[in-house]
Design a protein around this ligand. Structure first.
Ligand SMILES: [Zn+2]
Length: 270
């Protein structure tokens, strides 16, 4: 009887999970990304954290006179981001209307990021020191934008609160109902919350490649970009590589996707 009850509760929780917690943030696209994601934390909560953090970074850079110091370079980045944003509807129509934002920070660091909701930041060092072409910039931007489209940060936060921090804390911080807290518990038990970071990186590579191809940027530049990154990492490893480990494996996987994305690029060029 007890076992039956447990099974019933599990089944009920799992069906609730399917409705509330587990979904895919994006359409599959030509590269075929269709992994289900555990999302217990709301988009709104993550976007609020993201906006606060991005605005703080922008304000600090402005106060130190390091923000958008090179207008021509900023305009170059904006042009590339506009073309990429024009293609995000393939993966999720809502993202075309996100308040995407682009800024630069004058810094020697090799770094760039996109925060949840489409807040883009490039350090001038990565463009200048790696002598990036527009296609290579599009490769970085497309990869980073894909993390935002897939809501990878939200997924990671959801996992942290479901497993490490404890259900009670998750429930109180994020205002989860007891039912949702139980779902998080069940999800942890079932191992749905194992680390995805390598998976997320691969997804961002795949989607990023498709975005740049559809926007008319040569996907081959993703490969030359990572080769430049690898060469640059022989001295002091670039900041970018600490969050995006490069490897021959990554380059090989990008190479294997070329037959899927080159036709999209050729069509966009016509
Ligand atoms: Zn990444």
């Amino acid at each position: 009887m007890k076992k039956l009850l447990t099974t019933t509760v599990m089944a009920a929780s799992l069906s609730a999970l399917a409705l509330t917690g587990c979904t895919s943030t994006t359409s599959t696209g030509a590269v075929g990304v269709d992994r289900q994601q555990l999302l217990l934390v709301s988009s709104e909560q993550v976007l609020q954290l993201s906006a606060q953090s991005y605005n703080k970074t922008v304000q600090e850079a402005r106060a130190r006179r390091l923000l958008d110091t090179n207008t021509a370079q900023l305009n170059r980045l904006k042009k590339i981001s506009n073309r990429l944003v024009g293609q995000v509807g393939v993966y999720r129509p809502d993202a075309a209307k996100w308040p995407w934002e682009v800024h630069t920070i004058k810094s020697n660091e090799l770094n760039a990021f996109v925060m949840p909701g489409g807040k883009i930041m490039f350090y001038t060092g990565i463009i200048d020191r790696l002598n990036l072409t527009d296609d290579e910039i599009a490769a970085i931007m497309g990869h980073e934008m894909s993390h935002a489209l897939r809501e990878h940060s939200r997924e990671r936060l959801s996992r942290q609160y479901a497993t490490q921090t404890g259900i009670g804390v998750a429930a109180s911080i994020f205002g989860l109902s007891q039912g949702q807290a139980q779902i998080a518990n069940v999800a942890g038990d079932l191992g749905l919350s194992r680390p995805h970071s390598r998976t997320q990186e691969a997804e961002a590579d795949q989607i990023g490649l498709e975005l740049m191809a559809r926007a008319g940027y040569n996907p081959q530049a993703a490969i030359t970009l990572w080769q430049k990154m690898q060469r640059a990492s022989q001295g002091e490893p670039p900041q970018f590589l600490s969050t995006h480990p490069s490897s021959n494996n990554r380059i090989a996987e990008l190479q294997s996707l070329m037959p899927k994305v080159m036709p999209l690029y050729q069509r966009a060029r016509r």
